[in-house]
Write a protein of this length. Sequence first.
Length: 194
Amino acid sequence: MEDLLERQENEITVLKSIYANDFADLRKEQQQTTKVNVNKTPTVNHGNSNLVRITLYPQKSQSQDNRDLYVQIDLKVKITPNYPNELPKLTLENEKGLSTEQIRKLHKELTALANNLLGREMIFELCQHVEDYLYQNNKPPAKSFYEQRLESKANFEKEELDHELFDEDKQCDENIVNRTKMRFKFAKFLNSKS
C-alpha cells in the first residue's frame, strides 16, 4: 500500500497533467522563501505541507467558447501531511465575476464535499465541483450604475415617444370620426332639403 506522501505526489502529478498551465505548484515558492540559518543552509521543516493552486473556469461545453467566460476562480489547496486521511485546507481567491455571497456558498459546498470524500484523493473532484458551480453562475457582469441610468433614460424616452405617437394616432382617429359625422350630418341635411 502506498504511503501518504506517495499518494499525494501521485495526485499532484495527475493534477499537473490535467490542468497544465492553470496548475501552479507553490511548493517551489515555499522552498525559495525558506529561511537560511547561520551556516547558510536552508532549514527544512519535514512537516511542511504541499501547496497547489488551480485556476478554474466554467465547465466546458461544446456550445461554449472563450467569449462566453464571465467567471473564474483559483482554488488553493494546502495538502497536510496526513492528507487524504485529513481534510486539505481550501482557499478560494482571485475570483472574477462572482459575488462575495457566491464565493461563501461555493466554499461551504466544497467543505461539505471534502468531508464526504475524506480518506480518498479528492482534489480533482473538488475542482470539478468548482467548474460546475462556475458553469451555473457564468453570467455577464451586471451593468454599471451609469449604464443602467442610460438604459433607463432610453427606455423612458421610447415610452414617451410611443405615447406621443399613440396620442397623435388617437387625435387622427378622432378627426376622422368627426369629419365622418359632419359629412353624415351634411348628407342628411342635403337629403332633407331635397
